[in-house]
Write a protein that binds this ligand. Structure first.
Ligand code: ASN
Ligand code: ZN
Length: 314
């Protein structure tokens, strides 16, 4: 609607200039690697009825609506990564159609998988812009569906933080794949480009340096931790699932840079093998560390050391 579009237009030229290169590279590559797997983008038109009106599916040209086109390109690219790198046929590995809804609600500062489909807000127009903008956020949410259909990690405590981390792992793998960056070249930021001008921060999370992504009067400081000695025991956020996920996130960063090459094709293959190896829903950090070491083959020492680097013994 007009109010929303006015807020979108508030993005400063500086903000746009900073992220234009990233966004262009991501969407061009996404279109180029579309896998032929089915997806549908719907528009909630700022309401909360799901899925909303169908606005784009494979074969359709770009609509000109940024949220719709970002969601389409990002979901197509995520499906292509799962197919080409992990030999996985959509989230259920049976070719399920992926539904995504954009323009959900008003001033909605989040994105989620609801057990059936993906949902994306436009942000509040003050601190947060569109949740479709960072391609790693699209990969993050689709990966919640993959985790649900594989390990089924319980969304609480350590298994919940692992669930969150696995979404960041394949989200960042997608981002780096589209940018054609090696693990060593990459910035390891999740949600880069989501903050509007004036926010003191670069992204939602840093996998390389958890706790350093933002420090802002409105938002507070990034609460993530990156070592077991700093593990946060809390009843908030399902037991700190978005806080303690920094620990396995940093283990993945350390493993991916040690293994070398691309995160998706290097350490990502090891993490995917562990996720689909038959681990239980209540797997903790140490249990998942062991599963990754067991899946790592010639890289077992690198992966064991990566977990040791965050205080977790495989
Ligand atoms: N963006 C959040 C997430 O994917 C929303 C949620 O489900 N808590 O973890
Ligand atoms: Zn999540």
């Amino acid at each position: 609607d007009d109010a929303h579009c006015a807020r979108c237009a508030d993005l400063t030229l500086e903000h746009d200039r900073r992220f234009r290169a990233t966004r262009g590279a991501q969407s061009l590559t996404a279109t180029a690697v579309a896998s032929g797997k089915p997806w549908e983008i719907h528009d909630a038109e700022h309401g909360t009825t799901l899925p909303g009106r169908l606005v784009r599916s494979p074969g359709d040209a770009a609509t000109g609506d940024d949220a719709t086109d970002e969601a389409a390109d990002g979901i197509a690219a995520a499906l292509a990564m799962y197919a080409e790198v992990y030999d996985r046929d959509s989230f259920d590995d049976k070719g399920a159609d992926v539904l995504g809804t954009v323009h959900y609600d008003q001033n909605y500062d989040n994105a989620f998988w609801n057990g059936t489909q993906l949902v994306f807000g436009d942000g509040d127009g003050k601190a947060f812009g569109r949740f479709t903008r960072p391609v790693d956020v699209l990969g993050h949410e689709l990966t919640h569906a993959v985790t649900e259909r594989t390990a089924g990690l319980t969304y609480e405590g350590q298994s919940g933080a692992l669930n969150e981390s696995i979404s960041d792992v394949f989200g960042i793998s997608l981002k780096q794949r589209l940018l054609k960056q090696s693990a060593k070249q990459a910035d390891w930021l999740i949600g880069e480009g989501i903050f509007l001008a004036g926010v003191k921060g670069t992204a939602l999370r840093s996998m390389k340096a958890p706790g350093t992504a933002y420090d802002d009067p409105q938002l507070g400081k990034d609460p993530q931790v990156g070592d077991m000695k700093d593990y946060v025991d809390t009843s908030d956020d399902n037991g700190g699932v978005h806080t303690n996920s920094g620990i396995p996130n940093r283990a993945f960063y350390l493993a991916a840079t040690a293994v070398g090459g691309s995160a998706a094709e290097g350490a990502g293959r090891i993490w995917y093998a562990a996720l689909t190896s038959g681990i239980g829903a209540d797997t903790d950090f140490a249990g998942f560390a062991t599963a990754t070491v067991d899946a790592a083959g010639e890289h077992a020492d690198d992966v064991r050391k990566a977990w040791q680097g965050v205080g977790v013994t495989a």
